[in-house]
Design a protein around this ligand. Structure first.
Ligand SMILES: O=C(O)[C@H](O)COP(=O)(O)O
Length: 266
């Protein structure tokens, strides 16, 4: 099987950011709002499945968030790789970072109002959270009263806005206590999640500094591979290896980076 390691102390984890969502397409902050995939996102999910299949990967278990855009991307991939019945663990801890008061706002209009620099801080800095979502926010009730959160997060954990650092405080315990032991036991793991929840895991794995994490933009729907040692440290040169066509990958990364500029007023 391609992508397999004979050395049992090496562990393969494949990660994918969900395909483009309707709000990615419209350039709107989504966070915990349950927005579905756009037509392009559905194609990206299929393409991700084809790429993973062509690379020969098979999995023992998959992890995803409780948001539909990630679940649908995962299901699409599993169908393409002929593993529709794979064990799937869903957790709110892999949700997108909570975008607080910015949720539902246009990224372009927000940049026009608060300035590009401020929006870049909110979107990409390590420890600057967006303003909190108050109870009168149009999406507050929809998120807080969603039955999928009946089992958690509890009131104390439920975010009203999250920086990347705050996002890490829920993703990394899940990585270390739930996913990590499975990886170490020899299971091949697939994770389908979100731009910022994955950035928080990548920051940890690759020991990226608080300053440098600013520059990491994850493309939608492009699978990438980590090969880890027994301590779950990436092997040299085996971090974040994107699968697929190089030009497509480069363009997808640029598209995410330039999102806020796409219709910025002159
Ligand atoms: O929540 C969102 O709006 C996106 O999924 C991630 O957005 P970002 O690239 O602006 O962080």
């Amino acid at each position: 099987m391609a992508g397999c390691c004979n050395d049992s102390s090496n562990h393969v984890v494949v990660m994918v950011r969900h395909g483009q969502s309707e709000w990615n397409r419209q350039n709107i902050f989504s966070g915990w709002v349950d927005i579905g995939l756009s037509p392009k996102g559905k194609h990206e999910a299929i393409a991700a499945g084809v790429t993973i299949k062509n690379s020969g990967y098979k999995f023992h278990i998959a992890y995803t968030s409780v948001l539909t855009r990630a679940e649908v991307t995962l299901d699409t991939i599993l169908n393409r790789i002929d593993q529709p019945n794979l064990e799937v663990v869903r957790s709110w801890r892999l949700n997108e970072r909570h975008y607080g008061a910015l949720t539902g706002l246009s990224k372009t209009e927000t940049a026009n109002k608060f300035g590009e620099e401020q929006v870049k801080l909110w979107r990409r800095s390590y420890d600057v959270p967006p303003p909190p979502m108050q109870e009168d926010h149009p999406y507050y009730k929809q998120i807080r009263e969603d039955p999928r959160y009946a089992e958690g997060p509890d009131d104390g954990e439920f975010p009203s806005s999250e920086s990347l650092k705050m996002t890490s405080e829920r993703t990394l315990p899940f990585w270390k206590q739930t996913i990590g032991p499975e990886v170490r036991s020899g299971k091949r793991v697939l994770i389908v999640s979100h731009g910022n929840s994955l950035r928080s895991i990548i920051k940890h794995l690759d020991r990226i500094s608080d300053a440098d994490i600013n520059n990491l933009n994850l493309p939608t729907g492009i699978p990438f591979v980590y090969t880890l040692d027994d301590k779950l440290h990436p092997l040299p040169g085996e971090s974040m290896k994107f699968l697929g066509d190089e030009a497509v990958i480069k363009k997808a990364i640029e598209d995410v980076k330039n999102q806020r500029r796409s219709t910025l007023k002159k």
